[in-house]
Design a protein around this ligand. Structure first.
Ligand code: HEC
Length: 119
């Protein structure tokens, strides 16, 4: 097999990983959340000294919809609900990865329930 054929095989395999299947997406989302968001928002989503809990009722889907998650990742978010400072944009995530992160957050919100605001 030539090097080109090997590369093509790898690309095909990666394309398959982006399947819209829900449980697969929230699986990837958990790892992506851990590497990209947990340093501030906590690996259990409950926040850290650097950022707020995503289980706060503030982040329920009708108040912070999926587009506000996309916007926060792409553009950052100015401090307005808390006193942690601004959130900087998070680089290096494509649309599929962002959707997986949002799916993970929504499934955890559903599973854990919401915290009151202010905490
Ligand atoms: C370096 C710290 C840091 C990281 C990393 C981080 N955030 Fe944030 N994030 C913050 C802070 C601080 C706020 C609170 C801003 C405020 O006062 O409302 C915030 C707010 C948000 C908001 C609310 C935005 C709004 O419109 O009010 C969303 C959604 C969010 N973060 C999602 C994420 C996701 C998803 C990731 C990972 C891809 C992530 N954040 C990574 C610090 C961080």
């Amino acid at each position: 097999m030539t090097a080109a054929a090997v590369t093509a095989g790898l690309v095909a395999a990666c394309g398959g990983a982006g399947s819209p299947e829900h449980s697969a997406a929230s699986q990837d989302g958990s790892a992506l959340y851990a590497s990209s968001c947990a340093s501030c928002h906590g690996s259990d989503l409950r926040g850290t000294d650097e950022g707020p809990s995503h289980l706060s009722i503030v982040y329920e889907p009708n108040h912070h919809g999926d587009d506000s998650f996309r916007s926060a990742i792409r553009n950052g978010a100015g401090q307005h609900h808390w006193n942690f400072g601004d959130m900087e944009p998070i680089d290096g995530l494509d649309d599929t990865e962002i959707d997986a992160i949002i799916a993970f957050v929504r499934s955890e919100q559903e599973r854990e329930g919401f915290e009151s605001y202010p905490p």
